[in-house]
Ligand binder design. Structure first.
Ligand code: SAH
Length: 331
């Protein structure tokens, strides 16, 4: 599909049903019925950035800041292993107090102790830092470019640089990571054309993983009063991204679950093949609020495991075995 076709398919005036059906078919044929479970560890909400959309932005004084130490992170990884998840995702704000060497040490320990695949989502660092984290054994890295619209990016991320963000993605690939990126949908001022470009860029970057979520206005941020995205805008992006990228791993994101109790289920039926259950300590979950209405803030991890299994069963899907590595290299 070209840009014009994608933009038309993204329009609220177009019936999405045919795209959703096609995306589900492509998903079944290219990645199968198994759903990969990645245990999410939210390990620090300290952040040096001031992104307009994000609840844990530096300038939000209402946030109770926390930082898990290495032992606590290890505990979360052990929980993920006990629940038979294939990998963990360590996510945080851009917290440079977690130095790259310390972070590398934790990655190494998780790999040695649990054997799980490790994904990092810690924002922008230097080329050398990325190399060191990869050398420590981290398998994957998630870094959304958030929007391909330069002007919108500059407005939403006043202390980040668009070109630097893409340079980071190139460095990650060069360092040998399986690389994930993605965007939010329904951002204030976001055009359908820029969203079509987002999808074409996913393809061009040959991403191993693509994460897409609806924008949800967060209290304590400059966009607190902006309208929320529709779930459908995110589902359209997921479906079209599946059709265009073929075998990228794509999560049914928590933000989808936050704006619609069946949001993740719907995403799994129009292209998504990954879920990221939270394995973070319950006492800090509410403090890691990128947006309001976060799901599973008080569920013990064990209950999330059972809940996810029930969800998969209701959809006629199964849990994937193993770490769930990229399908790109194998293809
Ligand atoms: N600091 C890391 C991790 C970011 S948090 C980084 O910069 O990569 C993970 C993702 O949450 C972000 O990339 C963003 O797309 C999403 N997010 C942040 N605020 C949000 C909001 N208000 N609504 C929906 N998604 C949001």
């Amino acid at each position: 599909m070209n840009k014009k076709e994608l933009a038309a398919a993204l329009s609220p005036d177009t019936d999405p049903a045919p795209f959703f059906a096609l995306a589900d078919k492509v998903r079944r044929e290219r990645v199968g019925d198994a759903v990969h479970l990645r245990g999410l560890i939210e390990f620090s909400n300290h952040c040096r950035r001031n992104c307009f959309y994000c609840g844990i932005r530096r300038g939000n004084a209402g946030v109770r800041r926390f930082r898990l130490d290495a032992e606590r992170i290890l505990d979360c990884a052990r929980t993920a292993a006990a629940l038979k998840y294939g990998s963990v995702v360590m996510q945080s704000g851009e917290d440079l107090s977690w130095g790259t060497a310390e972070l590398a040490g934790v990655v190494e320990r998780i790999k040695v102790e649990t054997g799980l695949a490790v994904t990092l989502s810690v924002g922008e660092r230097s080329r050398e830092d990325y190399r060191a984290l990869r050398a420590a054994g981290a398998d994957r890295f998630l870094l959304r470019f958030e929007t391909s619209d330069r002007r919108l990016f500059a407005m939403l991320k006043p202390d980040s640089d668009y070109d630097e963000r893409f340079r980071c993605l190139a460095w990650l690939k060069e360092a040998g990571f399986q690389v994930g990126s993605g965007v939010m949908t329904g951002l204030p001022g976001q055009s359908l054309e820029s969203m079509a470009d987002d999808i074409l860029i996913f393809k061009e970057l040959e991403l191993d993983m693509v994460g897409i979520g609806p924008f949800i206005p967060s209290p304590g941020t400059p966009l607190a009063g902006a309208p929320a995205a529709t779930l459908e805008s995110a589902l359209r992006m997921v479906a079209l991204t599946r059709i265009v990228t073929g075998n990228a791993h794509m999560p049914a994101t928590s933000a989808m679950g936050a704006i619609d109790p069946n949001g993740r289920q719907k995403a799994l039926r129009c292209g998504a093949n990954v879920l990221m259950p939270n394995v973070s300590p319950v006492e800090h979950r509410a403090d890691y609020s990128l947006y309001p209405g976060k799901i599973c803030v008080s569920e013990a991890p064990e209950r999330c495991g059972a809940c996810v299994d029930a969800m998969l069963e209701s959809l006629g899907r199964v849990r994937a075995e193993g770490p769930g590595h990229s399908l790109k290299a194998a293809a």
